[in-house]
Design a protein around this ligand. Structure first.
Ligand code: C2E
Ligand code: CA
Ligand code: CA
Length: 567
């Protein structure tokens, strides 16, 4: 087998010295092992370096020369990204200059008059080997596009800094580009790459001023582990400015999450937390910086906790279903017509948790279907119980999430529930929030139509909070509009809001839909709605959501009123 060394070209050395005798001496020592080229002053040396940039293994540089001296050469080389990859050994008789040359970036020095032949060969060989090794390592360590560390090396070095330099107090910073995939899709990969390069460049110059390391972890995520002055907004602004300068036609926004240094918290955890902070400002156009603090930590921990505890909550029946009454307000006195089932989580350690805190979590990971199934089952059982006990059925509406609508077999499941409890389809009403219709509207419409054909009544929840257009509304398979609470909130003080409510009522009348106003808290709100022709009202004015036993009192009162009327 052929030794791979044998087929390699000899390594090339540039010898720079104005004295012919010195050049000859070095030639004598090195020519046997290396290919030599020469220059007689600094200017020539730079020309030769540029001309042979890919072939040169090392430069032997005299310091005292005419035209341009060795120090001046080092000065140029140090600032040139290409040239500084070539190692330089200085040739000097001046002990003081040696140190200065090393500080200027020289790799080593050879003293004049020249040392023993073997010493020179060894030094040259060693420096070449070192620099080649370094370049190899450098290629493996770095992301090609930005020249920042890649993920694995970054974490390795971050850990070393953490363990060996605890005095450095390094913050974890995560930078992301908002909607980077769309930027790529709309402007091309090369444009996207340029944006990444610009951020990479700016990070490198930022790190040159502070202390630390950085990585492009993947895609558009940059991690910085560095010492800062704590002015994180200024740091974000700096990067944002560079990016905006590059592309004034395309709007590119960065977001940043920071986990400030904390004793004994290792980089892995710091970066997890910085990333969590960064994710919290995703899509937030008011604020693109989030600093991880105790508050956020608590929220994050609570979130994890709730996600972990969900199964136990289902198994141990920690969920409770409350019922909030809905009243027909077009009769006098208003009459109880139905109820909405609303969930609560009675957590054994954390107490009562409101759905606003856990529903979005479970929506995020699909577990919401489990929760909803529980509520539907419970509500169906309750309706059947009251029907049996009081001889008439009080319809209850349950909430459907987007995820429910996309689950196979939904119609069958709900149908089964109705049948198993001996109910009519009209007894279990379904609330689907308006926003569920926004993306993939077609699919949602299909499922909802199917449910309605089966006999279920569909209420569109939070109407006016989303973007359903009026012409869509006329085709929607719905029976009831539940006006979003925000319309009701201000009708007493805002003429505009009241006009909007009137408008919704007009549209609903035209489309033959019943309107439910929710969030009604005062007599004033009730009067206005009543006069404007609103059919049904739900809100604290009548009652908060109640446990089934307490809700029963409302049923009993209703029965008493009916009896009174008859007498
Ligand atoms: P939503 O479906 O719009 O329910 C109405 C919310 O308004 C309920 O909050 C109710 O307690 C509250 N509310 C009722 N009257 C008033 C009032 O006069 N003033 C004010 N300020 N608020 C009033 P809750 O029970 O905290 O539920 C919040 C949201 O959580 C619900 O909004 C619904 O989107 C969701 N949710 C509740 N239960 C379930 C469930 O079983 N499944 C699903 N998927 N979501 C649920
Ligand atoms: Ca609802
Ligand atoms: Ca609602």
């Amino acid at each position: 087998m052929m030794d791979s060394k044998q087929i390699q070209r000899p390594q090339m050395i540039l010898v720079v010295d104005d004295q012919e005798i010195n050049r000859d001496l070095l030639c004598d020592i090195l020519a046997g092992n290396y290919k030599l080229i020469y220059a007689e002053n600094g200017k020539e040396a730079l020309e030769q370096m540029r001309a042979n940039i890919n072939d040169l293994s090392i430069v032997l540089l005299d310091l005292r020369m005419p035209v341009m001296n060795g120090m001046e050469v080092l000065e140029v080389v140090r600032k040139d990204e290409q040239l500084r990859r070539i190692p330089v050994i200085v040739l000097t008789a001046d002990k003081n200059a040696e140190l200065q040359a090393l500080q200027m970036g020289a790799s080593d020095f050879i003293t004049k008059p020249f040392d023993l032949r073997e010493v020179i060969l060894a030094r040259v060989g060693r420096i070449i080997e070192l620099s080649e090794g370094r370049q190899l390592i450098s290629a493996a360590e770095h992301d090609e596009l930005t020249m920042l560390y890649n993920r694995n090396f970054f974490l390795e070095y971050a850990n070393r800094l953490f363990h060996y330099h605890p005095e450095m107090h390094l913050d974890a910073i995560v930078i992301n580009i908002e909607q980077f995939h769309s930027i790529n899709a709309l402007n091309g990969r090369e444009f996207g790459n340029n944006v990444l390069r610009i951020i990479g460049n700016e990070i490198r110059s930022f790190l040159a001023e502070t202390n630390g390391i950085a990585s492009r972890i993947d895609g558009d995520r940059f991690d910085l582990y560095c010492a800062t002055n704590g002015d994180y907004q200024a740091i974000l602004d700096r990067f944002q400015k560079k990016v905006s300068q590059y592309s004034n036609s395309v709007n590119i926004r960065l977001r940043m999450g920071v986990r400030p240094w904390k004793e004994e918290v290792d980089p892995q955890i710091l970066f997890d937390q910085a990333r969590a902070a960064c994710n919290m400002v995703r899509g937030n156009y008011q604020n693109s910086l989030m600093i991880y603090d105790e508050d956020l930590r608590m929220k994050e921990m609570l979130k994890q906790r709730l996600l972990n505890d969900l199964q136990a909550a289902v198994d141990e029946r920690q969920f409770r279903v409350l019922y909030q009454p809905k009243y027909d307000v077009q009769v006098d006195p208003p009459q109880l017509t139905s109820a909405e089932a609303l969930i609560r989580w009675q957590h054994p350690d954390l107490g009562m948790i409101s759905p606003g805190d856990f529903i979005p979590l479970f929506e995020g990971n699909g577990l919401i279907c489990k929760v909803d199934n529980y509520v539907w089952k419970e509500a169906a059982r309750q309706i059947a119980h009251w029907k049996e006990k009081y001889g008439f059925s009080l319809p209850v509406s349950v909430n459907l999430s987007r995820a429910d609508v996309f689950t196979a077999g939904l119609v069958e499941k709900l149908t089964e529930l109705v049948k198993a409890n001996g109910l009519n389809f009209g007894d279990l009403k379904l609330e689907v929030t308006e926003s569920a219709y926004t993306d993939n509207a077609q699919r949602v419409l299909e499922v909802v139509s199917h449910l309605r054909q089966q006999g279920f009544e569909i209420e569109m929840d939070d109407f006016g909070s989303g973007y359903s257009s009026l012409n869509m509304l006329s085709d929607m398979p719905i029976d009831v509009l539940k006006m979003d609470m925000k319309f009701v909130r201000n009708i007493e003080n805002s003429e505009t809001d009241f006009r909007l409510v009137e408008l919704i009522l007009d549209i609903a009348k035209y489309l033959d839909l019943t309107v439910v106003a929710e969030g009604v808290e005062t007599k004033g709100q009730l009067d206005l709605l009543q006069n404007a022709g609103c059919n049904i009202v739900q809100g604290y004015y009548f009652s908060r959501p109640l446990p089934a036993e307490e809700f029963e009192k409302l049923i009993q009162r209703e029965i008493a009123i009916e009896r009174g009327k008859k007498q």
